[in-house]
Design a protein around this ligand. Structure first.
Ligand code: AMP
Ligand code: MG
Length: 488
């Protein structure tokens, strides 16, 4: 198996990682391989499925050209700072340039202990690995920036969690694994020279258009904020709750990273929290924009000694000004995304009431978020049955519907054209919690067919297909309130 690696992180950021190898998996078995992604990366899917490929994907043995390493990073977890986190159960295998010319990391999660493991075993269990695979691929199909799954491999060993669980490794692809926490690591240690190198590296890798600018650090911060605000607006528009928005899980690239206790809303509830460890609701659905901004303020702090090495504090007003732009950037992104869900091409501040009006109805009626928006596309064409089905009190929405239809008349092509646009942005299929749980439960019994089918359904989220009615439905009544676990 030949992979053309080009390992810029290993080459350019010495001192910011520890060269490291994965643990030998006793009996690796390929569970899922993302053939399309492999091809996008210029990798041969057959070779990946062969012995050398499996050795790499299970972290057991690296191909030529790989320079596996564990990255150092810090992070605020639930608001408390840990000066040293780092890849405690993961390694970066190396980087490849994909068919589009984009640099992509190949990374393994569940690859064994590293010097950053602290008390952990460095391993991952099958359930969380498949969950990340499913959720990440769903996000990709929804058009939301995300890390992706290249493969899931069973290791053939048990990992001990609440009991023994089958172990697995997730091969993950990202446009990089630079996190807000990576910058915090060097800020906390006062290693300004490394912080400088890291920032220049990040700019070169993700925002090359900023290179050579005099105020590139501020511009970098502004660019990361723009991507993160756009990302969170996209999460909100599909009802996604990340669940653990710690600064180490906040990617500089603007991709969704580290799917742990995340979940999609069933009934619309702005206060929704799924994660068992988020007892205060810090990362509740409606807190995500504010928390993203909080995370970016931590990145902003790391820019201070770069902007003004002699007197970092003096740079504070400049940096603050940039951070304070975040809410407005978010508001615009959110309005555009939510407006599009209502069929609006140009959504102004005056339209915000229409958006919040619909959401209030959904909240009050505990209506399914995804189904209600999908049904609204039909309602634009006068077919209201599906929408009525979502609501406890359909009559309560009639005034809103009148105002909405009136507003659609101001759009080119009126309500008819809006219906088509709406169908393209309001998904029919999302990774519903009960479907994900059912797939994982079958996988634990050795049956991957439901996982494969779910992945297939989620790969075309906007196209309703006959025979897939069950995948549109809300959780059955007996499913109860949903709780997610980190599963680490
Ligand atoms: P997470 O909350 O999954 O983003 O992980 C936070 C930190 O804990 C990271 O430094 C991880 O590498 C580390 N970690 C999580 N699970 C394990 C594990 N099983 N063994 C070692 N380190 C872990
Ligand atoms: Mg993480």
């Amino acid at each position: 198996m030949t992979i053309r690696f080009d390992n810029s992180y290993a080459r350019e950021l010495e001192g910011m990682y520890i060269p490291w190898h994965g643990a030998q998996a006793p009996a690796p078995k390929l569970l899922l391989l993302n053939t399309a992604l492999a091809q996008e990366l210029g990798l041969d899917p057959d070779a990946l499925a062969g012995p050398a490929g499996l050795a790499m994907l299970s972290a057991s043995a690296m191909p030529e050209g790989a320079e596996p390493l564990a990255m150092a990073y810090a992070g605020h977890q639930f608001g408390g700072f840990s000066a040293q986190l780092g890849d405690g159960r993961a390694i970066l295998v190396g980087e490849v340039i994909d068919r589009q010319g984009q640099r992509r990391d190949i990374h393994l999660k569940g690859s064994g202990k590293t010097p950053f493991s602290r008390g952990g075993d460095g391993k991952a269990a099958l359930g969380p690995v498949l969950r990340e695979y499913i959720l990440g691929e769903a996000m990709q199909a929804l058009g939301i920036p995300t890390t992706r799954a290249l493969a899931a491999v069973a290791t053939g060993e048990s990992v001990l969690r609440e009991g023994p669980l089958p172990g697995a490794v997730l091969a993950r692809v990202a446009s990089s694994h630079l996190r807000v926490g990576t910058f915090q690591f060097f800020l906390a240690r006062g290693e300004t020279a490394r912080l400088r190198r890291l920032t220049d590296y990040a700019i070169h890798r993700h925002f090359p258009e900023l290179e050579g600018q005099g105020d590139r650090d501020l511009a970098f911060l502004r660019a990361v904020i723009a991507r993160q605000m756009a990302l969170v607006a996209q999460w909100m528009a599909v009802g996604f709750v990340h669940g653990v928005m710690n600064t180490d899980n906040c990617a500089i690239s603007g991709e969704t990273i580290d799917y742990g206790p995340c979940a999609f809303l069933d009934a619309y509830d702005p206060r929704a929290v799924f994660s068992s460890i988020d007892r205060q609701g810090r990362y509740a659905y409606d807190r995500q924009p504010v928390l993203a901004q909080w995370n970016l303020a931590r990145l902003a702090e790391a820019m201070l000694p770069l902007i003004n090495p002699e007197n970092p504090e003096a740079a504070l007003p400049m940096v603050q000004e940039v951070i304070e732009e975040a809410p407005e950037i978010y508001a615009l992104e959110w309005r555009a995304r939510m407006g599009a869900k209502l069929g609006l091409t140009q959504c102004s501040a005056a339209d915000e009431g229409l958006i919040t009006g619909f959401l209030s109805h959904l909240a009050a009626q505990e209506a399914d978020f995804t189904r209600s928006f999908a049904a609204l596309a039909d309602a634009a064409q006068g077919k209201e049955a599906a929408l009525r089905d979502c609501l406890k009190d359909a009559a309560g929405l009639s005034e809103w519907l009148v105002a909405w239809r009136e507003r659609l008349e101001a759009e080119d092509g009126g309500a008819g054209a809006a219906a088509g646009r709406m169908a393209a942005v309001n998904p029919v299929y999302i990774p519903r919690n009960h479907l994900v749980e059912a797939a994982l439960s079958a996988a634990h019994s050795g049956d991957l067919a439901p996982t494969r089918q779910l992945l297939e359904v989620l790969s075309q989220p906007f196209t309703r297909r006959p025979g897939l009615e069950a995948f549109e439905q809300s959780a059955p009544a007996g499913f109860g309130p949903y709780t997610t676990f980190c599963g680490t």
